[in-house]
Design a protein around this ligand. Structure first.
Ligand code: AKG
Ligand code: FE2
Length: 214
């Protein structure tokens, strides 16, 4: 089942580790709506390269929608109800975004996912994300739902320690990863994006991560 693609390019969930699944093509029928949604968010809360606490710009650009948005600056990492750049609340998370994330989580075995934050990453060729844990959320019993759009990327799926070996998993347009439970705090990252073009999107990759932040 895991290797057999149906007519829509979807396949059954593939386990990455205990509590983590890859659902190839799960979002493929929603990609146009997701991209329109991202563009609408970005007109209200533009993509920007946040500063790390150490004072360097991150290589991916970010924005958020939902009741809370993830931010980083000299003071550290945290969630904020308002966009520090505009002073306004983050744009709303649309029902279409939320429904997709809730359904993916449900199929992965997380029945009661109630996301209140969606971090949107924009990678251009060369951009990467170093190994990290998603640990700024209050309720770690809720999973993370990650949706990939545009250029493919090498997802580094590590262990509970930064130095653990990593699996390298190619994430393509429409793929969804859900990680929670025993995998909620696994280290993960993105290798430098290779050049390329994706029809309708161009030379970029978007990643949306749905979270229960507060
Ligand atoms: O771009 C990705 O696939 C991963 C993003 C990520 O790990 C994050 O935003 O915390
Ligand atoms: Fe992450």
């Amino acid at each position: 089942m895991a290797d057999t693609l149906d007519l829509f390019g979807q396949s059954g969930p593939e386990a990455l580790s205990d509590g983590a699944v890859l659902m190839r093509g799960f979002a493929v029928s929603e990609t146009d709506a997701l991209i329109t949604g991202i563009e609408s968010v970005a007109t209200q809360a533009p993509f920007r390269r946040l500063m790390t606490p150490g004072g360097k710009p991150m290589s991916a650009a970010m924005t958020n929608c939902g009741a809370a948005g993830w931010v980083s600056d000299r003071r550290g990492y945290r969630y904020e109800a308002c966009d520090p750049q505009t002073g306004r609340p983050w744009p709303e998370m649309s029902d279409g975004f939320r429904d997709l994330a809730v359904e993916a989580a449900r199929l992965a075995g997380f029945e009661d996912f109630t996301p209140d934050a969606c971090l949107i990453n924009l990678y251009e060729p060369g951009a990467r994300m170093s190994l990290h844990q998603d640990r700024d959320e209050t309720d770690l019993s809720q999973p993370i739902v990650s949706v990939s759009l545009g250029l493919e990327a090498v997802f580094l799926w590590g262990g509970m320690a930064r130095t653990d070996p990593t699996q390298k998993i190619i994430l393509r347009h429409g793929d969804v990863v859900v990680f929670g439970g025993a995998s909620r705090l696994r280290f993960h990252g993105i290798a430098p994006l290779k050049p390329g073009r994706c029809p309708g999107i161009g030379a970029r990759r978007y990643n949306l991560t749905f979270r229960r932040a507060i």
